[in-house]
Design a protein around this ligand. Structure first.
Ligand code: F6P
Length: 555
């Protein structure tokens, strides 16, 4: 596959008859209440539930009828979703602005998969790196890999940012129950000096291993933090040569890794066809592999592969990422919603919303289509959220009674990772999960003024207590949070993002919008530090802020 095998970008999707049909359908459906939709269709809950791998998606609490999904899948076909999906899996250069293949799915494909892209035997290369990661992981976990003083490693610090941090930290937090607790795991990302200082302050350099994770190995935050960490190590051990046993790198850029002083033998590579926000299952997941071991990391990859297979093979109408992605389009483009709440009912998933923010917003926050022409409808959704039940006591008020419509994803697991019986209360996980089911129920069905008045509520208080309902949500359930189901969930959201980007016709795999700020920060940094900074040439606001900053720093 190459750029030439890329299916042509379909014409403006909003100009298609499928879009018009959805506009008309929206006019007919949007005024209907979920109470009425459920009353009219007793089989609705069963009909509007789909399953893929171990995940179940109940999408019956959405503002749709049984006619909606066929109209949405017709739109997907008009946008060329099946062809573009195949093109992605086959290695076509669907990242057009960077002329790159997009092959994160190859990172979890079995070794026997036949996939040659741009002259590269992709599965062989992937599994060679996985094998090296496994050997390294075994050595660290068994104590065979020792530090400079001969002591075994006890703490692992991943230094990276964006996709080189958010995935590893989210997945490590999610799978803590499966991790070797004798290791201290830390993640440093921010160039705020407090981040690296707090991460290292109680660690022993003799037993600490740094994994410097950066696709490009040119990212200012990561390289600065890595330099500070190296200084901390060398100061602590009193020997520059200690770096060899305490620093490994994950990158696509061997030249810069060597320039930093890390031996290429201690580098784990990946490829330009792995986007940063899609890289957790590449060598970027090394810290996770060390934490949970190579076997459970393999289960995590197998979970992703199971969802990939579902996405690639299931009919659009039964396809979890397709259904969820199209529903997101339904709200963003036809109801005009701006944001999307992610509400995992698992404390272990507390970094999932942050991870999804990069995945979805860096991918689909675009104003031009793949061919550079302006988009013709709004794109991207603002993803945000917190684990239940914490969110319930913070922002759910707005979800229930506010003026904005916020579609939400509830995510829950049947089996707890910690079974706890509370005296007099019963199974603690039942209490927890009853909150998930109750919240989606309250959002969908609400409570009417009549019902509230019938409870004896004073008339002047009734309007305050009315719960309008008709607030849409998906419920995603899995049997248990495991490496496999986490992998399935991540692959699910990757493909949801792809489905949305395909409808909008954007390149979901570049991120040019982050570049200007990086360039400006590089230019400003000497102006902040120099004794005689020249603020001429800066805009008036920035110049005044810089002068005040310098004054407060005594410069
Ligand atoms: O924020 C932009 C970005 O390029 C992300 O896409 C990426 O995940 C992050 O920076 C880190 O990049 P790198 O892994 O090259 O350090």
């Amino acid at each position: 596959m190459s750029a030439t095998d890329l299916p042509a970008l379909p014409a403006d999707i909003t100009a298609t008859p499928e879009w018009t049909a959805l506009t008309e359908h929206h006019a007919a459906v949007s005024g209907r209440h979920l109470r009425e939709l459920f009353a009219d269709d007793p089989e609705r809950a069963t009909a509007l539930t789909a399953a893929g791998a171990d995940l179940v998606l109940d999408y019956s609490k959405h503002r749709i009828t049984r006619d909606t999904l066929p109209l949405l899948t017709a739109l997907a076909r008009a946008a060329g979703l099946p062809e573009r999906t195949e093109a992605m899996f086959a290695g076509a250069h669907i990242n057009t602005s960077e002329d790159r293949a997009v092959l994160h799915t190859a990172l979890r494909a079995p070794r026997a998969t036949a996939l040659a892209v741009d002259g590269q035997d992709v599965p062989t290369e992937v599994h060679t790196v996985l094998g090296r990661m496994g050997e390294f992981t075994d050595a660290v976990r068994s104590g065979a890999w020792t530090g400079h003083t001969g002591e075994r490693i006890r703490a692992v610090v991943n230094i990276g940012i964006g996709g080189s941090d958010l995935g590893p930290v989210m997945a490590y937090e999610a799978l803590r129950a499966y991790a070797d607790r004798s290791f201290t795991m830390r993640f440093v990302s921010n160039i705020d000096p407090t981040d690296v200082a707090e991460a290292t302050r109680d660690l022993d350099p003799a037993t600490t291993l740094f994994i410097v994770s950066s696709k490009t190995f040119t990212t200012l935050e990561t390289l600065t933090n890595a330099k500070v960490a190296r200084q901390w190590l060398v100061d602590g051990l009193g020997d520059e040569s200690a770096v060899a046993k305490h620093f490994v790198a994950v990158s696509t850029n061997a030249k810069e890794v060597s320039a930093f002083g890390i031996d290429e033998a201690n580098m784990f590579g990946f490829w330009d066809w792995v986007g940063g926000r899609y890289s957790l299952d590449s060598a970027i997941g090394l810290s996770l592999m060390v934490a949970i071991g190579k076997e459970q990391f393999a289960e995590f990859l197998a979970g992703m592969y199971a969802m990939d297979s579902h996405f690639r093979k299931a009919p659009l109408e039964e396809n979890l990422p397709v259904i969820a992605g199209l529903l997101n389009v339904w709200y963003a483009n036809f109801f005009g919603t701006e944001t999307h709440a992610v509400l995992p009912y698992s404390q272990y998933l507390h970094r999932l919303p942050a991870y999804l923010q990069q995945l979805t917003m860096e991918s689909n926050g675009k104003s031009v289509r793949g061919d550079g022409s302006p988009v013709t409808t709004s794109t991207g959704e603002i993803f945000w959220g917190e684990p239940g039940t914490n969110g319930q006591h913070a922002f759910y008020q707005l979800l229930h009674q506010g003026t904005r419509l916020v579609p939400a994803d509830f995510i829950g697991f049947a089996e707890p990772n910690h079974a706890v019986d509370v005296a007099g209360e019963g199974d603690m996980h039942d209490l927890f999960m009853s909150n998930l089911f109750a919240q989606s129920q309250a959002l969908a069905f609400g409570k009417t003024a009549e019902e509230i008045a019938a409870e004896g509520t004073p008339a002047d208080v009734v309007p305050h207590k009315v719960m309008p309902g008709n607030r849409p949500s998906s419920t995603i359930l899995a049997p248990k949070l495991t490496p496999s189901t986490l992998g399935q969930l991540i692959a699910f959201y990757e493909h949801v993002t792809f489905v949305e980007g395909t409808i909008w016709g954007v390149d979901s795999f570049d991120q040019w919008g982050v570049e200007l700020g990086k360039v400006l920060a590089k230019q400003l940094s000497p102006v902040l530090s120099a004794d005689t900074a020249d603020t001429a040439g800066l805009d008036a606001s920035t110049a005044a802020l810089v002068r005040r900053y310098r004054e407060w720093r005594g410069r």
